[in-house]
Each structure stands twice: as C-alpha cells, then as structure tokens.
Design a protein around this ligand. Structure first.
Ligand code: PMP
Ligand code: GLU
Length: 389
C-alpha cells in the first residue's frame, strides 16, 4: 500500500517512543529508573474526580457543542481573566483532546506549503513535526545556555523572512524550563509589530514555575493579544495527562471559525465527561493541590540541579519552570543518542537525547518522579559517566 507523502514527513514522537520502551522494560522486571516520561507522577486532584462522578450521575453522555459546553468555555474564559488578565470571550475558546491536538488544529489551519514557522531550540519534539506534516518549514533558532535557552529579540529579527507565518513560543519551556519575563516578551512583541506573524504560545507548564512570575504572551499588548493563539491545558499543571484536556484561545475570528470547522469534521467535541472534570480544576477547586505539587517539584529541582552539577563532565542551567533538566553532556559524549542508549542499556536509566529537541550534546531528564528515584537515578548517572567509554 502506498501511503500519503504527508505521513512520511512526520517522525514518531521520540519522547513517547523512549518512555514506552522504558515502561516495557520495567514491566518485564528490569529495575529501570524512568526519567524520560513528561508526565506528573501525582494523581489527579480529588476535585476533578468528584466532579466527573457527579456529572455522570446526572447523565452527561450526550454530544456537546464542538468547542465545548457553555460551562467549560466560561470556566476557561474566567481562568484566563483571573490568572492571566486576558479578556477572551467564551466564543473565542475551543477545547481540544490535549494541547497536542490544540497545536495540530492551529498549524493545520494556518500553515500552507512552504510557510515558515520559527521554532527556538531546544524545542518540544512535536512542534517541527506538525509544521512539516502541514507542509511548512520549521526555521530553527539555536538558543544559548547563557540566555537560559531563550531567544533574544535580535535573534528573532534575524530569522524573519517574507515567508514567516508564525513563531512558536513555549514558556515555561520543555525541555529547558525557560521562562520568558515580561521585558523579554515586550522585546519580542516589538520585533513582531507591523508584521502578520502569528505567535503560538504554548503555556501548558504555566503553573509549574519557581520564584518567577508567569507572564502570558497575549497579555503584553493589544497587538500581541490579536496575533497570539494561547494554548494551554491540564495535562501538566492539573496532573491529568491521560484525561486529554487542552484548549485554544484566539482573538482572530477567521482562525477560530476554521478550527471549529476542522474539529467538526475530525474529533467533534472532546469527551463530555472530561469537560465536566476540567471545570472544577479551572474554577480553582484544585488550587491547593496544584500549589503542593509545585512545592514538591521545586524541592526535587533544587536537589537534582546540584546533584547533576556535582558530576564531572555534566552541567545544567537551573530551570525556572516545568519539570525537566536539560543537561549538557558534551564533555562526556557529543552524540546524545549514543549517550542515552548506553545509559539505558548499561545503567537502566531512561532519558531523552537532546537531538530529539533539536540540540545534540544534551539529554533531558524529567524529575516528575519520587525523590528516591531521583537520588538513585542520578547516582547511576554519576557512576555511568565516571566509567564512560
Ligand atoms: N506542549 C508541551 C510543551 C508539552 O510538553 C506537551 C506534553 N505532551 C504538550 C504540549 C502536549 O500536552 P497534552 O498532553 O495536553 O497533549
Ligand atoms: N510532553 C511530554 C514529553 O515531552 C509527553 C510526551 C509527549 O507527548 O511528547 O515527554
């Protein structure tokens, strides 16, 4: 069977492939430390579970409107106002099957053959792949550790061409945990002023942030509000990755209409049950639980950063958010795929090679696992690096 050429432009998600292999090894009895999965180790908040049970008892098994029920759209709009100072109307919001689906819809509706999308590296594995699937060309800007892996306004300016359609911006970022400050976003906004470039702002790690203020991209100015498509969800901050709840907020009516049309012919509405559970979290019923998880992540980050930097040959920039460390291993091994493969085979620690995030000579660990696992996993990495051949 000859497959469509568009599917051959796409590679499989490396983060998912490695985590699947690690989980299989663990299930087969191997003592694997899984640092590869980008998912919270915490269980979903009780508030969300209770809301679902209540909704099901009342019977909520019918189709809902394509973007979501009035309750969920209001809850998202209120959350965006309360937490981020954003004035989206409920009609400008669409709920999706996870934030990955939000991104898929946005790029599908925006990108034509040959359109360029600027993607700062290290990037989350999925951005360039969806862009390529849609016929676009990812234009990668390498960021620097001394800038905490963030693009600067001048780097952005230099990457813009007449074909630039969008900028993909993630804050706090996966994999480097980079958080853009208000001033940095203002400088980016200044470069974009007067262009037709859209900003796809992935803010899914919004609430996993340490000693920094989260600033939503769309909150910078009216101009930024109009050009930004805000992507968020509950997979990370709500510890609900399996629920598949994401959303898109967009002030552009034409794009909104297009995304609703696409969703009407693909997934239709997201699960009515998931919508009911998400309302409770967005209304703030899990806020204490979210704050508790954040504190825990911060403790783990602080331990893990010091422990990694104490290993000769490895270095990591302290991240300001998300739950990953993006570790430089160039002094030990420049080929990150080789490094991570050997680390898994020889020391039974699963990590993700930087090459998948567009930056070789690095690897990513997720510290969304217990402190005991973090200690044991890093001790194994230290031993592995010491004896590296
Ligand atoms: N954006 C980033 C930066 C992510 O790390 C992830 C994790 N999968 C997603 C989006 C997608 O989230 P979801 O699981 O809600 O699809
Ligand atoms: N976002 C997570 C990660 O980066 C989950 C896996 C995925 O969807 O890529 O590992």
């Amino acid at each position: 069977m000859k497959l469509a050429s568009r599917i051959n432009r796409l590679s499989e998600s490396l983060t998912i492939a490695i985590s699947t292999r690690a989980k299989e090894l663990k299930a087969s009895g191997k003592d694997v430390i899984i640092f590869s999965a980008g998912e919270p180790d915490f269980d979903t908040a009780e508030a969300a579970k209770n809301a679902v049970i209540e909704a099901m008892a009342k019977g909520c098994g019918k189709y809902t409107p394509i973007p979501g029920t009035a309750e969920i759209l209001n809850a998202v709009a209120l959350k965006l106002k309360r937490d981020n100072g954003l004035d989206y109307k409920p009609s400008q919001i669409i709920t999706n099957v996870g934030a990955k689906h939000s991104l898929f819809n946005i790029f599908s509706c925006l990108i034509d053959d040959g359109d360029e999308v600027i993607v700062p590296a290290p990037f989350w594995v999925t951005y360039p792949e969806i862009v390529k699937f849609c016929g676009g060309k990812p234009v990668i800007i390498d960021t620097k550790p001394e800038n905490k892996y963030k693009i600067t306004a001048s780097e952005l300016k230099a990457a813009i061409t007449p074909r630039t359609k969008a900028l993909s911006l993630c804050s706090p970022s996966n994999p480097a945990g980079a958080v853009y400050s208000k001033d940095e976003l203002i400088a980016i906004a200044e470069v974009l002023k007067g262009t037709d470039i859209a900003v796809i702002a992935d803010e899914i790690y919004e609430k996993i942030i340490f000693d920094k203020e989260f600033v939503a991209c769309a909150s910078i100015s009216e101009d930024m509000f109009n050009r930004t498509i805000t992507v968020n969800g509950l997979s990370k901050c709500g510890a609900m990755p399996g629920w598949r709840f994401g959303y898109t907020a967009c002030a552009n009516d034409e794009l909104n209409k297009a995304m609703k049309k696409l969703q009407s012919q693909s997934t239709s509405n997201i699960s009515s049950i998931v919508q009911a559970g998400a309302v409770a979290v967005l209304e703030g019923k899990a806020d204490e639980y979210i704050a508790m998880m954040n504190k825990e992540y911060q403790k783990r980050r602080d331990y893990a950063v010091d422990a990694i930097n104490a290993i000769e040959g490895l270095s990591v920039v302290k991240p300001d958010g998300a739950f990953y460390l993006f570790i430089n291993c160039a002094k030990v091994e420049k080929d990150s795929m080789k490094f991570c493969t050997k680390l898994l085979d020889e020391a039974l620690v699963a990590t993700v090679p930087g090459v998948g995030f567009g930056m070789d000579e690095h690897f990513r660990i997720s510290y969304a696992c217990s402190m005991d696992e973090i200690k044991e996993g890093i001790a194994r990495i230290a031993e592995f690096v010491k004896n590296y051949k």
